[in-house]
Design a protein around this ligand. Structure first.
Ligand code: NZQ
Ligand code: ZN
Length: 383
């Protein structure tokens, strides 16, 4: 493993039914003016919104910031930042999936400066150090967004969906009961996102097996097993909880210790997302097998190890084992009902795929530096 320094600021509340007490405890010490941030309507439908609004009764002034959309936009970040400034918000409570949680990370830094955060980070390479404190209550797991300070934001005018860097949430509430109303297709998409984070970390540098990778293998096996269980029985609270913690573990930095991650698949998916607003986990499912077939030679060692230790397949040669592992991944994607073609997601315009190939980040941690034409080939093969 490479050398590292590890410091981690997010307090974790994990467990079925833990949310109410956790939120009460944390908000005691938060300031008086609270921004309650949430998505498009699930929070109101499942009754959590009414419970949270009762915070008013505990002497807090609560301001709503609702309607945060999947794949949150930069315009929505600006709306949130305005609300924080106008209402002198002391604390942001993000209640939702990755989209709500990400949006709030950037609201929290944008609210502290009149500079344009996008411009600061991408043109001036300047990163804000002041932020409004926040906490995250996860209602849909998979992204692990509550664990890190990166946020994926869509800039609609620039046609870019890219990471911005914000603050860490001071706490994360991981109560599997809150995820029970998530539609199964989103549960599957979220769990596949977790698996993708694991694979993208595993495929990164250095390539020799190390402790981070061995922990990673256990998490990948756990996600595969518990997703199968949950699809069979949506009332399997144990599997629900395991998937929630696996999602957190994949993004809390532990698996990345001593590694440079790959994340090429994510960068390609985000670029497609900028043009199509597609579902993140579904987009990853379409790209992963095709990308790995293009990385077969350069990534043979890691792909073969993943094939044996995660998918339990082995052939006579390492190359053939790697190939079998990719086949197993693709079969799993089909088994859990995720798409393997863009057309299944309603994406049929090749010029979008070309634009995505031309704008996505090329990742230094990927075992092969793909050309833009090769990325376009990968995307086109899955049409
Ligand atoms: O908006 P509402 O009505 O709440 O509905 C949401 C949304 O439609 C619904 N949902 C959430 N909790 C629910 C629920 N429905 C019923 N009951 C509940 N309890 O789920 C839908 C999807 O929500 P969203 O937050 O968009 O999904 P996800 O958690 O997959 O987040 C996706 C976003 O996170 C980014 C993705 O790019 C995408 O923008 N990512 C963030 C990462 C990070 N910061 O570390 C890492 C990831 O790789 C990812 O890129
Ligand atoms: Zn992801």
């Amino acid at each position: 493993m490479d050398n590292f320094i590890f410091e981690y600021p997010v307090k974790q509340y994990f467990g079925k039914g833990c949310a109410e007490e956790a939120i009460k405890t944390e908000l005691k010490t938060a300031g008086k003016n609270v921004l309650l941030a949430y998505g498009g309507g699930s929070l109101k439908r499942n009754g959590l919104y009414d419970k949270l609004r009762r915070l008013d009764e505990s002497g807090k002034n609560v301001t709503d910031f609702g309607g945060i959309m999947p794949n949150p936009t930069y315009a929505k970040v600006q709306e949130g930042a305005r609300l924080v400034k106008e209402n002198h918000i002391d604390f942001i409570l993000a209640v939702g999936g990755g989209s709500v949680i990400d949006c709030c990370k950037i609201v929290s830094v944008q609210a502290k400066t009149d500079e344009d955060i996008w411009d600061m980070q991408y043109s001036q390479q300047l990163f804000a150090t002041e932020f409004v404190p926040m906490g995250a209550v996860v209602t849909a797991s998979g992204t692990g967004a509550e664990q890190n300070c990166g946020a994926v934001i869509t800039h609609e005018e620039k046609k870019l969906k890219q990471p911005l860097w914000g603050a860490y949430h001071s706490f994360a509430v991981l109560d599997s009961d809150l995820t029970k109303t998530v539609p199964m297709n989103q549960v599957i998409s979220g769990a596949f996102d977790t698996l993708s984070h694991c694979m993208e970390t595993y495929m990164g540098l250095p390539h020799n097996l190390n402790l981070s990778d061995e922990i990673n293998e256990a998490i990948m096996r756990n996600v595969i097993k518990n997703l199968r269980s949950l699809i069979q029985n949506p009332d399997d609270d144990f599997a629900r909880g395991e998937l929630m913690w696996a999602s957190a573990m994949a993004e809390n930095g532990m698996l990345k210790l001593g590694k440079q991650t790959d994340f090429q698949c994510h960068m390609i998916e985000h670029a497609v997302g900028a043009y199509t607003d597609c579902n993140h986990g579904q987009g990853l499912a379409v790209i992963h097998p095709a990308l790995y077939r293009h990385l077969l030679d350069a990534g043979e060692a890691q792909l073969a190890r993943m094939a044996e230790n995660v998918w339990s397949v082995k052939a006579d040669s390492s190359l053939e084992t790697a190939r079998l592992g990719i086949d197993a991944l693709e079969s799993f994607i089909k088994e859990i009902g995720l798409p393997t073609r863009w057309s299944e997601m309603g994406i049929t315009d090749e010029s979008i795929l070309r634009a995505a190939a031309d704008t996505c980040f090329i990742m230094p941690g990927c075992c092969k530096q793909l050309s833009r034409d090769e990325i376009y080939e990968i995307l086109k093969e899955q049409m």
